[in-house]
Ligand binder design. Structure first.
Ligand SMILES: Nc1ncnc2c1ncn2[C@@H]1O[C@H](COP(=O)(O)OP(=O)(O)OP(=O)(O)O)[C@@H](O)[C@H]1O
Length: 573
C-alpha cells in the first residue's frame, strides 16, 4: 500500500481548485487522450472538483480516501485513473487473477459501475476484460466469468468471499495479481452488512495494492473501513464535501418544504404535479411499498403516469425501470425507500426502549439504512419530492443527492406533516393545517435534518425554505377531487395492484432475460409506466379546468414553463 501520509490541511482546497485562473481540464490532470476523448463523447468536458484533486493522486499510485458530496463525480474520480493505469501494460501482465477489484454495496451499483467501465473501454477501443459477479451466480458461472482472468472485477464483498469459498478464486491469485482495490460507497458497505466479508478479505490483499475508498459522507463506518484496509492514505476531505455541516447538500440544489397534514400529502403532491409547479423529471420518495402504489394509483386517476421502483421487484425489472427513467421514457418515478422503515419496525417490535435506542443509533450511525435508492445515478432528475420524510438526516442527504448531480441544478420539496396541534409560523403563503391526522415524527426528523445541516439560526439564511409557489387557493381548488379520488384508492386496491405489478414484472422479467439476450438494447418490451387500474382516468380529472386555477398559480405555472422553455432552448443552441 502507498506510504504517503498527507494531512488534510495539505490537500489542495476546493477554493484553490475552483479559483484556478485556468479552466480545469482532464489533460492537465494527466489523463491520456483516449480517455479524454471518451469522456468528451459521453458529454463530460471538464473535471469536477473531486476529480481534479483525486485523479492525479490516483495516477501517482497513492492510497486515497475521498469524501465528496453525492453526485460530485466520485465514480470517474477513481475509474478514469484506474483505467489509465491498466491501459499502460495491457497484455504485458501474466496474471492469475484480476488486476482491480471494485467493491460496491448493491447489485444496482455493480451494474451501474460496470456500465460506465464498459462504455469507457469501448470508446477507448482497448482490450480489457471487465466482469461483474453476483452472489446469485452458481459456482460454474463464477468460474467461467473468472476464467481468463478478467482485468477488472466489479462485485460486492460477499461475492468475492463466495468465490474464494467455492474455490474459483484463490488467495494466491489475489495476492499475486491485485494492483488496485476500490471500495465505492464506502459509507454504505459496512451498513449493508459487509464488515465480516471485508475483514475476511483484508489478509489476502497484497501490501503493494493501491487502495481507494470513496464515500459521500464521513461516518464512523468510513473510519473503521479506513483503518481496516488502508495504511497511510491520502485523505481528501474537500471543504465542499464532508465535515462542514452547512455545506453537505450541493449548493446547486434549492431545498423547499411544505407544511401539511399527513392526510393531505396526496392532495399536495397532486397540486405540485398537476399545476406544473415543479420541474421534471421528478423522483418521489415514499417510505413503504404500499404507499408507493397508493400514490401511483392516485396519480393515475388524474392521468399522471408514474412507475414504482421498489426492492420487491426482480433485479432486472428494477434495472429496466431505471434504464427507462434514465432514458427519459417517463417523467415521474416513485421510489420506495423502505429499509429505514423496516429497520424501525423491527426495533418497534422488540420494545419501546429499543426504539428509543434505534433513534439514538440512527442519529449516531448516520448511514445505517437505505435500500434501492442510494448511490444510484438517476439521470436528469430536477426535483426530488419527499412525499414521506426519511427517518434520518443521512437518509435526507442521500435522497436529495439524486438531483443537482455534477454541474446540474435541482430542487427538493419535502412534505412535512405538522406535529399535533402545534402551530408553526412560516413565511408568506404557507398553509398550516391544524389537523390531528398527522405523522408526529415528520416534524421531529425535519428538526433533526435542519440541525444536521446547520439550518437553525437566522431565518434569512435558512437552507430549507417554505415552497413559495403553492397557494392555499390552488390547493383548495383541487381538494374536493383529490379527496373523492383518494377514497377510491383503498387498501385492497393498493394490495391488488401491488400483487399484479409484481406478477407482471416477474413474468416480464423472465421474458426480458431471454428477450434481451436475443435483442440487446431493446427497451420497449416493458413499459413500467403502464396503467395500473383497468379504467382510464375520467376526462374531468385528467385536466384541471382553468376556472379552478387562481391568478398566482397561473403566474407560477407560466414562470415554470418559461424556465423550462429557456432550458430547452439552451440545450438546442
Ligand atoms: N466531470 C463531469 N462533468 C459532468 N458530469 C459528470 C462529471 N463527472 C461525473 N459526471 C456525471 O455526474 C453524475 C454523478 O456522478 P457519480 O455517480 O460519479 O457521483 P457520485 O459522487 O458517485 O454520487 P453518489 O455519492 O450519489 O453516488 C453522473 O451522471 C456522471 O455521469
Amino acid at each position: 500500500m502507498a506510504e504517503t501520509i498527507e494531512k488534510p490541511e495539505n490537500v489542495p482546497e476546493r477554493k484553490e481548485v475552483e479559483e484556478d485562473e485556468e479552466e480545469p481540464s482532464f489533460e492537465k490532470l494527466g489523463v491520456e487522450p483516449r480517455l479524454t476523448r471518451a469522456l468528451q463523447k459521453k458529454g463530460i468536458q471538464k473535471p469536477t472538483p473531486i476529480q481534479s484533486v483525486a485523479i492525479p493522486l490516483v495516477l501517482e499510485g497513492k492510497d486515497v480516501v475521498a469524501r465528496a458530496k453525492t453526485g460530485s463525480g466520485k465514480t470517474f474520480a477513481y475509474l478514469v485513473p484506474l483505467l489509465q493505469k491498466l491501459f499502460v501494460d495491457t497484455g504485458a501482465r501474466t496474471k492469475l487473477g484480476p488486476s482491480a477489484f471494485v467493491l460496491v454495496p448493491t447489485r444496482e451499483l455493480c451494474q451501474q459501475v460496470y456500465g460506465e467501465v464498459l462504455s469507457l473501454i469501448e470508446l477507448c477501443r482497448v482490450q480489457l476484460k471487465v466482469i461483474q459477479l453476483k452472489s446469485s451466480m452458481s459456482a460454474s458461472e463464477l468460474r467461467n466469468a473468472l476464467s481468463g482472468p478478467p482485468d477488472i472485477l466489479i462485485s460486492t464483498p460477499a461475492c468475492i468471499l463466495k468465490c474464494m469459498s467455492v474455490g474459483v478464486l484463490q488467495s494466491a491469485s489475489i495476492s499475486g495479481s491485485l494492483e488496485i482495490l476500490v471500495l465505492d460507497e464506502a459509507d454504505l458497505l459496512l451498513s449493508f452488512g459487509f464488515e465480516e466479508d471485508i475483514k475476511a478479505l483484508t489478509p489476502h490483499i497484497p501490501k503493494h495494492c493501491q487502495c481507494l475508498l470513496m464515500s459521500a459522507t464521513s461516518s464512523d463506518d468510513v473510519e473503521k473501513l479506513k483503518k481496516l484496509i488502508l495504511h497511510n492514505p491520502f485523505i481528501l476531505t474537500l471543504p465542499e464535501v464532508g465535515d462542514v455541516k452547512d455545506d453537505i447538500i450541493p449548493k446547486n440544489v434549492q431545498q423547499f418544504w411544505i407544511s401539511c397534514s399527513y392526510r393531505d400529502k396526496l392532495l399536495y403532491t397532486l397540486s405540485l404535479l398537476k399545476l406544473e409547479l415543479v420541474q421534471k423529471k421528478v423522483l418521489i420518495f415514499t417510505n413503504t411499498i404500499d404507499m408507493g402504489f397508493r400514490l401511483r394509483l392516485f396519480l393515475e386517476k388524474f392521468g399522471i403516469k408514474s412507475a414504482v421502483l421498489n426492492a420487491e421487484l426482480p433485479q432486472n425489472s428494477r434495472q429496466h425501470i431505471l434504464e427507462e427513467f434514465n432514458a427519459g421514457l417517463f417523467d415521474y418515478l416513485i421510489a420506495t425507500d423502505d429499509s429505514e422503515t423496516k429497520e424501525k419496525e423491527e426495533a418497534n417490535i422488540e420494545s419501546n426502549n429499543k426504539q428509543k435506542k434505534f433513534r439514538k443509533n440512527a442519529k449516531q450511525k448516520l448511514d445505517s439504512e437505505f435500500g434501492v435508492v442510494r448511490g444510484i445515478d438517476f439521470k436528469n432528475v430536477y426535483t426530488v419530492v419527499n412525499f414521506e420524510m426519511p427517518q434520518s438526516p443521512a437518509g435526507y442527504v442521500h435522497r436529495i443527492g439524486r438531483t443537482g448531480r455534477a454541474f446540474n441544478t435541482g430542487a427538493s420539496v419535502s412534505l412535512v406533516s405538522v406535529h399535533g396541534r402545534t402551530s408553526l409560523k412560516c413565511a408568506g403563503d404557507m398553509i398550516i393545517r391544524l389537523d390531528t391526522n398527522v405523522c408526529p415524527e415528520d416534524m421531529e426528523v425535519f428538526e433533526e435534518i435542519k440541525s444536521f445541516l446547520g439550518d437553525e439560526g437566522d431565518k434569512e439564511e435558512n437552507l430549507i425554505v417554505p415552497f413559495p409557489l403553492l397557494t392555499e387557493n390552488a390547493v383548495e381548488s383541487l381538494r374536493y377531487r383529490a379527496e373523492d379520488v383518494g377514497k377510491s384508492v383503498t387498501k385492497i386496491a393498493v394490495r391488488e395492484s401491488r400483487a399484479q405489478d409484481l406478477r407482471n414484472e416477474i413474468l416480464n422479467s423472465e421474458k426480458l432475460k431471454a428477450h434481451f439476450e436475443a435483442n440487446p438494447g431493446d427497451l420497449d418490451l416493458l413499459k413500467h409506466d403502464k396503467v395500473l387500474s383497468k379504467k382510464p382516468p375520467a376526462p374531468h380529472l385528467r385536466d384541471v379546468p382553468e376556472y379552478l386555477v387562481d391568478a398566482t398559480t397561473r403566474e407560477a405555472r407560466t414562470q415554470k414553463r418559461s424556465e423550462r422553455w429557456d432550458e430547452e432552448r439552451e440545450e438546442w443552441q
